[in-house]
Write a protein that binds this ligand. Structure first.
Ligand SMILES: Nc1ncnc2c1ncn2[C@@H]1O[C@H](COP(=O)(O)OP(=O)(O)OP(=O)(O)O)[C@@H](O)[C@H]1O
Ligand SMILES: [Mg+2]
Length: 327
């Protein structure tokens, strides 16, 4: 009889992880930045952490990178503690606000990253040139970092994260500070890394980046995980809606109909209404009966943005960002 093979080691695992920061002169105020967070990221996945400002995304990443200690719970990085040097050498990390030594040139900074990742010495120069080229910094790599723009700093910091050919990439707001070309390049780099088999955890509040890149997404609101799942499944659980352009009747006549649309806009003398797929036929019948004309009809796909707004609203999030102050 053959023994069952052991379960594969997960690149990232969080079990009931909480974090309280202490604030104030006497450290008497507490901010609950994470509440009993469970996360499992499997090998080869692109996993997105989505959430409004102050939701706890960077705290999650910093705990994983051993820059912040969890107050409770268990964190595993490749099955080891985040403080384990061997586990950490397998990770490339792009921090939220990269602040590289600004007296170094871009090339020197990336070379330092390769040395710290214990990349074979003979191959370092070739590897550094390769990643500088990938992030579009080959031409300006000889300049001191203090001469760089914000987007250029972001690019060399990404090169530094990539240079050790990591098994896991952890990116905190990777497209922040980048122009549209840079954002497209960042997406291409992430997809290219996935083809290499790299596992990627990144956090953002840019929903199209999640839709374009991620296999799975976890939504955090005020330190709590409020939704987690495959991006495709989350998007297909809700039926698509229908957008209808109407002419010949006014807003009052529309409001008097039995079926009420989810949204109505008046644009250029016509009404643009959005209704659920199930209600669309009934609404169209009533519009025609009321003397209106349907001049355009199209299916609108439910977006991750709709889902995000739904879960954020139902989690009771208000526009005042941040974790809960508990003391
Ligand atoms: N060093 C710290 N000391 C005290 N409180 C902190 C500290 N770092 C973060 N916090 C608090 O913890 C909460 C979560 O912050 P975090 O930086 O993890 O959020 P985030 O989701 O990354 O937000 P953003 O999208 O704005 O980057 C916030 O209320 C923040 O004020
Ligand atoms: Mg952050």
């Amino acid at each position: 009889m053959t023994e069952a093979s052991p379960p594969p080691i997960l690149p990232i695992e969080f079990k009931a992880v909480s974090k309280q920061y202490r604030l104030g002169f006497w450290l008497s105020k507490k901010v609950q930045a994470l509440k009993s967070l469970d996360l499992r990221v499997e090998q080869g996945q692109i996993f997105g952490l989505l959430g409004p400002n102050g939701a706890g995304k960077s705290t999650t990443i910093k705990i994983l990178m051993n820059l912040v200690q969890a107050s409770a719970g268990e964190v595993r990085l490749f099955g080891a503690s985040p403080s384990d040097a061997k586990a950490r050498r397998q990770v490339g990390y792009l921090p939220e606000n990269p602040a590289p030594y600004d007296y170094l040139t871009g090339r020197e900074f990336v070379t330092l990253g390769a040395q710290l990742a214990q990349f074979p010495a003979k191959e370092i120069k070739k590897r550094v040139d390769e990643v500088l080229d990938v992030v579009g910094m080959a031409r300006t790599a000889g300049l001191q970092i203090r001469r760089y723009s914000k987007g250029m700093v972001q690019r060399v910091a990404l090169a530094q994260a990539l240079v050790g050919a990591p098994k896991l990439l952890v990116l905190d707001e990777p497209t922040s500070g980048l122009d549209p070309v840079g954002r497209r390049q960042m997406r291409d780099i992430i997809l290219h890394e996935r083809e290499r088999g790299t596992t990627i955890l990144f956090c953002t509040h840019i929903i199209p980046d999640i839709e374009a890149l991620c296999d799975r997404v976890a939504v955090l609101v005020s330190g709590k995980l409020v939704q987690e799942g495959g991006v495709r499944e989350l998007l297909t659980t809700k039926a698509p809606g229908v957008e209808i352009a109407i002419e010949g009747i006014g807003r009052e006549a529309l409001d008097a109909l039995k079926v009420s649309p989810e949204a109505v806009h008046e644009i250029g003398g016509r009404l643009l209404v959005r209704v659920s797929g199930a209600d669309s036929n009934a609404l169209i019948g009533q519009i025609i009966a009321a003397g209106g004309r349907v001049t355009q009809l199209q299916q609108v796909r439910f977006s991750l943005e709709d889902l995000f707004m739904d879960v954020v609203n139902s989690a009771g999030y208000t526009a005042s960002a941040g974790g809960e102050i508990v003391g």
